[in-house]
Design a protein. Structure first.
Length: 295
C-alpha cells in the first residue's frame, strides 16, 4: 500500500505534510520509499503519527534514504554513551536515564538546539534528512519549529538575492554555542569543530528550487569582516523565520518527524529542566560538501 500525504495544516498548505498508511515497525518496499522521497521534495517536513518504533526499526527505515551519519557532533566526554552511534541522543538524560543536572555541561551544550539551525551544517558534508522519534515527552513545551528556506529565498528582494547568491559561509559548533555564552571548549573540541565552508544559497535537487542555507552554526562569510557577516546572517535569519514561514510541531508520543535540512531550519522550544524529554534522531548524510554541489 502506498502511503498518502496531505498538508499537515489544511488551512495553510505549505511545507509540512502528514503521512498516513504506513507502519514503520515493518520493513518498507521501494515503492513506499519512493513515495516518501517524492513527498519530501514536495513538502520538506513529513509527520508520521503513532509510530511506536525502536532504534533498530528507525535505523532500518532511515537506510532507505542514504548513508547514515554517525553521532559525532556530541561534546567530547568520558561518560558512556546512552545510545548507539547511529542515533543522535536528543534528550536531557544521562547514560542511566536520569535527568541531567541543570548545570551539566552536556545539557548546556545541547541548549544550542534552541537556536535556528540546519543539522550538521558544521560538518564538511552536512545532513540531508533528519528523522526524529518521540519516545518520552515533557508535560508541556518542547515543540520543534520548522522554517521553510525555499519560501524564504523566494521572498527576498532581487537586490538581496544578488548580494547573497554566491557567498560562502563558515560553520562551526563553536559559533552556535558561543552565541549562548558556552565557550569553555577543550582543545580537542576546538580542533574537532574547526569551521567548514558552506554555500549560503543552494539549489535543492529534488524540487529545483533555491534555498537559503542558514544555521546558527554559521559565524563568518568568506571575504567579509566578521561583524558585517554576522549582522547579515542575523538579518537573513530574522527574515527566514517570520511566522508565515514557520510551522510549530506539537509532539505526541510516538511521532516521527522527518525533515530536509537542505530546505529547512528548525529549533527546539523551552521545556521544564527537571522533566525527562527523550527523542532519538537518525540522520542521512548529504552526498558531498555544498561547494561541490550544483550552485
Ligand atoms: Fe537539530
Amino acid at each position: 500500500m502506498t502511503p498518502s500525504i496531505r498538508p499537515a495544516n489544511p488551512s495553510r498548505p505549505g511545507f509540512v505534510g502528514e503521512v498516513a498508511g504506513i507502519d514503520l515497525r515493518q520493513p518498507i518496499g521501494a515503492a513506499e520509499a519512493a513515495a516518501i522521497i517524492d513527498g519530501m521534495d514536495r513538502y520538506a517536513v513529513l509527520v508520521f503519527r503513532n509510530q511506536d518504533i525502536d532504534d533498530q526499526q528507525q535505523i532500518a527505515f532511515t537506510r532507505h534514504f542514504g548513508p547514515l551519519e554517525l553521532a559525532t557532533g556530541d561534546i567530547v566526554q568520558g561518560e558512556a554513551r546512552r545510545l548507539t552511534m547511529e542515533v543522535n541522543d536528543i534528550s536531557n538524560l544521562d547514560s542511566d536515564s536520569s535527568v541531567l543536572a541543570r548545570d551539566d555541561r552536556r545539557r548546556l551544550f545541547s541548549l544550542g538546539n534552541m537556536l535556528w539551525h540546519s543539522d550538521s551544517s558544521f560538518k564538511a558534508t552536512p545532513a540531508k534528512y533528519s528523522l526524529l522519534s518521540a519516545r518520552v515527552l515533557p508535560s508541556k513545551g518542547g515543540n520543534t519549529e520548522f522554517a521553510d528556506m525555499r519560501a524564504a529565498w523566494d521572498a527576498l528582494d532581487a537586490e538581496t538575492q544578488a548580494l547573497v547568491r554566491d557567498l560562502v559561509c563558515e560553520h562551526s559548533q563553536l559559533f552556535s554555542r558561543g552565541v549562548l555564552g558556552f565557550t569553555d571548549f577543550t582543545e580537542a573540541e576546538r580542533a574537532k569543530w574547526a569551521p567548514v565552508p558552506q554555500r549560503l544559497v543552494r539549489r535543492h535537487p529534488g524540487s529545483g528550487r533555491l534555498s537559503l542555507f542558514l544555521s546558527a552554526h554559521a559565524g563568518a562569510i568568506r571575504g567579509w569582516p566578521v561583524p558585517e557577516a554576522r549582522a547579515l546572517l542575523r538579518d537573513l535569519t530574522e527574515h527566514a523565520t517570520q511566522r508565515d514561514f514557520v510551522h510549530a510541531h506539537v509532539w505526541q508520543p510516538h511521532d516521527l518527524v522527518m525533515w530536509d535540512n537542505r530546505a529547512t531550519m528548525h529549533r527546539a522550544r523551552r521545556y521544564a529542566a527537571e522533566q525527562p524529554r527523550d527523542l532519538h534522531r537518525t540522520t542521512v548524510a548529504d552526498v558531498a560538501p555544498t561547494l561541490e554541489q550544483a550552485a
